[in-house]
Design a protein around this ligand. Structure first.
Ligand code: ATP
Ligand code: MG
Length: 662
């Protein structure tokens, strides 16, 4: 047992201290924004380790990989050991399935591939084709959503589809069944399967369940308000008789119900664990008094909530600025000027964040930032790993690991342009099925021609190419990837044909550099480990807190983060609340929570902007300020009207003249 270093318990309030040092049994920490929930989770992990708990006996779940990595680093600084099992539900389940998926006996094995939403889309299109359907008969996105809903609610997909009373339920059923069959045949799982199959194994195999319950003596969950039904079940399955489960959340920040999150999980906690100790943290350490007052008043408008208090002893701070601008261009202009002003005052760009409701709203802001030459990063845009050249390279690697992965095989065949068209591919699949082997195995066979029944010209070269891919070594990962890249001819292809060759080549170099650092950090990992890590990196993980950029992101992305200066743009009816949500009371309340999340990210200053008009695809559109603005208490709001219309390019005014009047 180590001595508890003073750092582990430093700067904790009594309530926080109780939550950190709680010994045995279930605990629920319900607390408002910025009250130290994440700090409590981190310190508790360190505390348990310092008390003699082995790091691998702790399982901690957070919302993003980035948050998990930060947590690991902080724990490592406190106790010198980085606990392994800190991650998202998805990454923890992915690791679990690497061990235990074969128990399901559904044809899948440990080499399984994780299909992300674009792979899922490709697969669904294959299914539609098999069934002679078109995307117009049945949209792949819609089916994907229905399948996902059924899975996160742990319902039988077919039953779920029919319960929805869709007029096209029969079509949906066919596509969903084809999709599930193909996933199994291709030894692949989608994101929801990671959780669903883990829950299935844990429910059906008491031996496995007990093994994991014994292994993980302590279970911790941050951002508990955004867990869905399936995650809730997993939590219950994982916590053993001792029920050392520690859940931390803020029901007022539940913003993912559209993805199946259910903040009543917070209410259920106390009925499922009647002995649960409940701790409330009421002091906010992040924001000024003005911000907390505004946030409190706003969220009090929600009827469906657990009442709780939040106060701060931080300074009063400046009022919330509400800026009315004529249109989107002036919104961007106002922002750029204010940001330059803050820079002149000595603040760094990384201390500023701009939030909006929907991804599309970033475009006009980006135009402005580019024109004014202000460095920015858009968080949650196209993932690095979604870029075409990166997906191409990953497809080669995935095929090498999982010979049944048809989505990747198809991509590889397209990249190689090796004469294997859709007809040939279908023939290959049929032959492989006949001989009960994965397609790539068939291609690698010495007796391919005999099995396939013919020996077309493309096969001679392509089969040889496949055997050579298979023969490349599997480790170390960085060398494999370099070798596969070489063998794929991808680089030459890009240079010869691509308009954006420079960017694409640079991205591949970037990937190679990342692989190097991955290998350095993870020691003797396998190619499968690497691919798994990459498939689980979500768009929320792209935020770089070190780089000196202004961050632009949706309000959903902003969860858990904090910045000295926060700008919330487009606070208008239709955006916030979003027009999709205005028809139900629940919808409005969730939008209000989203605004609450936005406000409470700020340490020093919040500025809220709304445009009186915007150009939309239908022409120019009059906008109304959001109803939420009227709910902010007058005494902490300062309104300004920015009259300036769009400035001509490169037109500059004096640094202290901003063209608005109060
Ligand atoms: P959110 O609801 O946004 O997830 P949270 O409840 O997880 O917030 P933290 O992020 O843990 O809150 O803490 C908010 C800020 O307050 C952080 O900067 C943290 O370092 C600081 N903080 C938390 N507790 C204390 C304390 N007792 N003394 C000083 N600072 C604290
Ligand atoms: Mg937090």
């Amino acid at each position: 047992i180590m001595t508890i270093s003073a750092d582990i318990l430093r700067d904790l309030t009594d309530a926080q201290l109780e939550a950190v040092t709680h010994r045995q049994g279930p605990m629920l920490v319900v607390a408002g924004a910025g009250s130290g929930k994440t700090r409590v989770v981190t310190r508790r992990i360190a505390y348990l380790i310092a008390q003699g708990t082995r790091p691998d006996q702790i399982l901690a779940m957070t919302f993003t990989n980035k948050a998990a990595n930060e947590m690991k680093e902080r724990v490592a600084t406190l106790v010198g050991i980085a606990p392994r099992n800190v991650g998202t539900f998805h990454s923890c389940c992915a690791r679990f399935l690497r061990q235990d998926i074969e128990r399901l006996k559904d044809g899948r094995n440990r080499q399984y591939t994780i299909y992300d939403s674009s792979d899922q889309n490709t697969l669904l299109k294959h299914c539609l084709k098999d069934l002679n359907l078109r995307s117009s008969d049945c949209s792949p996105n819609d089916v994907a959503q229905v399948i996902s809903r059924a899975k996160t609610q742990r319902q039988d997909i077919v039953e779920y589809i029919h319960n929805q009373c869709r007029y096209d339920a029969d079509t949906y059923e066919k596509v969903a069944i084809a999709y599930e069959t193909r996933l199994r045949q291709q030894n692949a799982v989608d994101f929801d399967d990671l959780l669903l199959l883990t829950a299935k194994i844990l429910s059906e195999y008491p031996i496995v369940r007990e093994m994991y319950q014994t292994r993980f003596k302590y279970l911790l969950i941050d951002e508990y308000q955004d867990t869905n039904h399936l995650q809730y079940d997993l939590m219950k399955l994982l916590c053993g008789e001792e029920q050392n489960v520690h859940a931390t959340g803020d029901p007022d920040q539940s913003i993912y119900s559209w993805r199946g999150a259910d903040y009543t999980n917070i209410m259920n906690f106390t009925s499922d664990f009647p002995d649960a100790r409940i701790v409330r943290l009421e002091q906010n350490y992040r924001s000024t008094q003005c911000i907390i007052h505004a946030a409190n008043e706003l969220i009090h408008q929600n009827a469906f909530r657990l009442d709780k208090d939040l106060f701060t002893e931080n300074e009063i701070g400046s009022p919330i600025r509400v800026i009315s601008v004529p249109d989107e261009a002036s919104e961007a202009l106002w922002l750029c000027r204010r940001i330059s002003e803050l820079c002149t005052e000595g603040h760094s760009l990384r201390d500023m964040a701009v939030f909006y409701r929907t991804n599309g709203q970033s475009r006009s802001l980006e135009d402005g930032f580019m024109r004014m030459g202000i460095p920015y990063q858009v968080v949650g845009n196209l993932r690095f790993y979604d870029r075409k050249e990166i997906k191409d390279l990953l497809a080669f690697l995935r095929l090498k690991c999982n010979p049944a992965d048809l989505v990747s095989l198809q991509r590889v065949v397209t990249c190689l342009n090796c004469g294997v068209g859709p007809k040939n591919l279908a023939a290959l699949v049929a032959t492989a099925e006949q001989h009960a082997m994965p397609v790539f195995d068939l291609l690698c066979r010495d007796d391919f021609a005999a099995l396939f029944g013919k020996n077309p010209a493309w096969a001679q070269h392509f089969c040889q190419w496949c055997r050579a891919l298979r023969a490349l070594p599997d480790q170390p990962v960085d060398e494999v990837i370099a070798a596969v890249l070489e063998h794929s001819g991808l680089m030459q292809n890009i240079i010869a044909k691509d308009d954006n060759a420079d960017d694409r080549v640079e991205n591949i170099h970037e990937l190679l550099a990342q692989v190097k650092s991955f290998v350095t950090n993870h020691g003797d990992c396998t190619l499968i480990d690497y691919l798994q890590e990459v498939s689980l990196i979500s768009d929320l993980d792209t935020y770089d807190s070190e780089a000196d950029y202004v961050s632009l992101m949706t309000l959903h992305c902003a969860k858990g983060l904090e910045f000295p200066f926060v700008f919330i743009t487009g606070v208008e009816e239709g955006y916030l609340p979003h027009q999709h949500s205005v028809n139900t009371a629940n919808g409005i309340e969730e939008e209000r929570r989203l605004f609450y999340v936005g406000l409470t990210r700020a340490k020093a200053e919040v500025t809220v902007l709304f445009a009186r008009g915007r150009f939309t695809w239908t022409g120019s559109d009059q906008r109304e300020p959001s109803r939420f603005l009227a709910e902010l208490p007058e005494e902490v709001v300062q309104q300004q009207i920015f009259k300036h219309r769009q400035a001509p390019p490169n037109h500059r005014r004096g640094a202290n003249h901003f063209g608005y009047s109060s």
